[in-house]
Design a protein around this ligand. Structure first.
Ligand code: TXA
Ligand code: MG
Length: 343
């Protein structure tokens, strides 16, 4: 398939909207990461998204709306909490999982009786949805398993020849995907952390939110076991329940977790050791406490290290258990397949 390369100009957005309207696939920028969009209500188009990404078709998609009121196309019930979150955070990097209204295609929601909805805070994304005259179902525009694309060139690297068009816009402002919150239970539950934190959500609705159990399990990988001694045998075996590859670079990757100066020293030590046996080693170490910058740069740096052809990436863990750093760590641990060395 020949992929059309488009800009964010009005004429190009109109071309892209026509492609979506006619059942085609268009990658487009949002404030979080680039999305791979199709007409939400066109089951064949949605099926093609799974094919282009190489993604299992039971994985539900986020539908993107251009007006908050368009959530009414997907659900019959707005609770006071849902309203408060929409008022506080839309447009923005917050996805709300709500009870699905009859008529929302199963293909889009992976057969669930819930649907994930978000209004992006990005002019080209909103222009595209408006011009297409339909909500756009869109996962991130990467091949399944690869790091999410935060720059047009990342989308081109993964999707050239696989989709109808790519809109090249600015680099994504946020850099990690939206916070996903399940609003269908008694307590709002964070399914995927993002730059809108638990604390911010709680402030908006005036009550506690919780993290999904699976996220707690994951964070245990980092917080438990304060094993001090440094040895090669400190590598954590991959957790059996978390075997799937997600956000993974082509290189192997180890996350080094612990007190900052020890992390730096261990990265240096492992770098030398691995270089001494002929490996090309890349380092991913963010400024301390600079969590927003880490979120912005994380996926782009992984892709740059892959482009440089490194064999091994040594990444310094961020010390944050709840906020934006926690959201970055959620991606970092997955990228590394839960290979963790504690120092
Ligand atoms: O920032 C973002 O959210 C980006 C941009 C393009 O908007 N999109 C994105 O889509 O990250 P994707 O498909 O890569 O991730 C969607 C996440 C998945 O973890 C999926 O399982 C979850 O949202 N999800 C979607 N619908 C759901 C539902 N009904 N119930 C629970 N989780 C759902
Ligand atoms: Mg994704």
């Amino acid at each position: 398939m020949k992929t059309l390369h488009l800009t964010t100009s009005r004429e190009d957005i109109a071309k892209a909207a026509k492609i979506i309207h006619d059942g085609g696939l268009v990658a487009f920028p949002t404030e979080t990461v680039y999305g791979l969009g199709a007409n939400t209500f066109d089951e064949d188009a949605v099926a093609k998204v799974y094919e282009a990404k190489g993604r299992p078709s039971d994985n539900p998609m986020i539908v993107h709306v251009a007006r908050a009121s368009d959530i009414g196309q997907f659900t019959r019930m707005l609770s006071p909490d849902i309203v408060a979150l929409i008022e506080n955070f839309w447009p923005g990097p917050l996805t709300l999982v709500v009870k699905k209204k009859p008529g929302v295609p199963d293909r889009t929601t992976g057969g669930l009786d819930t649907v994930a909805v978000r209004m992006p805070d990005s002019k080209p994304a909103l222009d595209l949805i408006n011009a297409a005259c339909c909500p756009i179902a869109a996962p991130s525009a990467n091949l399944s398993g690869s790091p999410s694309p935060t720059r047009a060139k990342d989308v081109i690297a993964d999707m050239e020849g696989r989709i109808d068009a790519i809109i090249s816009g600015d680099d994504c402002r946020v850099g990690i995907e939206s916070t996903v919150v399940d609003m269908t239970g008694d307590v709002p539950t964070i399914l995927r952390p993002g730059i809108i934190t638990a604390e911010a959500l709680e402030a908006a609705i005036g009550k506690k939110v919780k993290y999904d159990e699976s996220l707690k399990e994951e964070s245990k990988h980092v917080q438990l076991d304060p094993a001090a001694g440094v040895s090669e045998s400190d590598f954590q075996p991959k957790s059996p329940g978390m075997k799937y590859k997600h956000y993974a670079p082509k290189a192997d990757m180890i996350v080094i977790e612990g007190e900052r100066s020890r992390v730096k020293a261990e990265i240096e030590r492992l770098k030398k050791l691995n270089e001494s046996i002929g490996n090309n080693v890349g380092v991913l170490l963010f400024e301390e406490q600079a969590f927003i910058e880490a979120a912005h740069d994380f996926f782009a740096k992984l892709r740059d290290l892959d482009a440089q052809g490194v064999d091994l990436i040594l990444a310094g863990a961020l010390s944050d258990t709840d906020g934006v750093g926690f959201a970055v760590m959620n991606r970092m641990l997955k990228s590394a397949g839960y290979n963790i060395a504690r120092v």
